[in-house]
Design a protein around this ligand. Sequence first.
Ligand SMILES: NC(=O)c1ccc[n+]([C@@H]2O[C@H](COP(=O)([O-])OP(=O)(O)OC[C@H]3O[C@@H](n4cnc5c(N)ncnc54)[C@H](OP(=O)(O)O)[C@@H]3O)[C@@H](O)[C@H]2O)c1
Length: 233
Amino acid sequence: MQIENSTVLITGANRGIGLAFAKAFLVRGAKKVYAGSRDPSKMNLAGVTPIKLEVNSSADVQAAAQLAQDVTIVVNNAGIANFGSFMAEDAEAMLRNHLETNVLGPLRISRAFAPVLAQNGGGALINVASIASWITSPKLANYAVSKSALWSLSNGLRNDLRGQGTQVLTLHMGFVDTDLTKGIDMPKSTPEAIVERTLQALEAGAHEVLADEMTQQVKASLSAEQAVYLAAR
Ligand SMILES: NC(=O)c1ccc[n+]([C@@H]2O[C@H](COP(=O)([O-])OP(=O)(O)OC[C@H]3O[C@@H](n4cnc5c(N)ncnc54)[C@H](OP(=O)(O)O)[C@@H]3O)[C@@H](O)[C@H]2O)c1
């Protein structure tokens, strides 16, 4: 998928990795970037078109798809990650929240924009998953369930949209230096490095990008007897 002259819509574009996507698409010559945000007044990046987009609001999602009929690339980036184990008192509510935003949100967006992508020649859909698709750290257990589900959703969407020529690219990576990882003292990639690898993969026609070494190791270990997920801490 060519980025030059594309029209992009990104969810959660007001900060973190979403903001890095918006900047990078502009630098690479996208014609237009719709920057989705729950509060578009927070969007102050020159050159983008802010758009109100709470991914858990069907009304917002439908309105965005009506307005942005020229979109050729959709990035399902918006997501939440809250600490909590399955033994916590509020585990059910916590899991429901993660599934709502991290799985049903991308599903809503993908369903609403699939006809838009089709009418514009197929285009591409990027789903921002995580290393947590394949490893369940106890502190981020609910998050991990949601990212495993998003991986599966993304694989299913690839099947559903193949006929209309949509490239579905799933991004997996470990810790990235954003608000989401604020209290986590671990090595982190920069959002810019992750986005750069993703856009290279997009232009190369890839279906999956493992954007750092740790993620490559975890994925490679899936079929090993001592798979990394068996010893997650
Ligand atoms: N950072 C990491 O280490 C890491 C690693 C792997 C994967 N990821 C994934 O990368 C994506 C971006 O993460 P990030 O690190 O950039 O996080 P972040 O800095 O916390 O930003 C999250 C973004 O998502 C938006 N958002 C959250 N819930 C939303 C909703 N219901 N509707 C619309 N927007 C919503 C936020 O909007 P508000 O400003 O309105 O809250 C914000 O723009 C997420 O899917 C995350 O799971 C991150």
